[in-house]
Design a binder for this molecule. Sequence first.
Ligand code: ADP
Length: 196
Amino acid sequence: MNARHGLPRLRPRGLGHEGRVRGAVLELVQGDITDQETDAIVNAANARLAGGGGVDGAIHRAGGPRIMEECRRLGGCPTGEARITTGGELKARHVIHAVGPVYRGGASGEEHLLASAYRNSLRLAAEHGLESVAFPSLSTGAYGYPVQDAAEVALQAIVEFLENERHGLELVRFVLFDRRTMEAFEEAFERVLPRH
Ligand code: ADP
């Protein structure tokens, strides 16, 4: 769990918060996603790709203006989908801008849209031949998705993708900003990973 950069130290599945799903490592760390050296980091973007607060603001601040210039040319991204730009001045070569749903009580397709945002991010990564991707917790900040539920949807979507779709991914890492989010993902990890 100390290895925030490069390849993680491996533990047997079911111990700690690293697991293996087919060939890929899935791990949870607490930290700031803008420091990551993975091939791509994922941004919790809005549908206009217009920048905002939270992790989006942090990524644009750290990555410089080039990322926003590319976002403007993309002209937005529907909820549940994702778009890719370069990483500007970030250590990561790419940013995948994923648009999670605003939470409106849970009966407006939020679960499906959140899972789609994760799945479409991984599809883009695979199409671009990327081997490592770092995710924040999409939708659980300003968009208000309850983090316990969101963590389970996120991990389930990623495990399903890694098991069922063609990809060359070796590492999918969650970089969780605060202790509360980390704990929610740790608990969901115990529920989702043993099933696989
Ligand atoms: P959304 O609008 O999709 O809810 P937010 O950026 O408001 O996105 O929040 C998503 C999550 O990202 C929250 O858990 C927030 O604490 C976290 N976050 C904020 N800054 C960073 C960062 N630099 N690295 C990783 N996670 C971050």
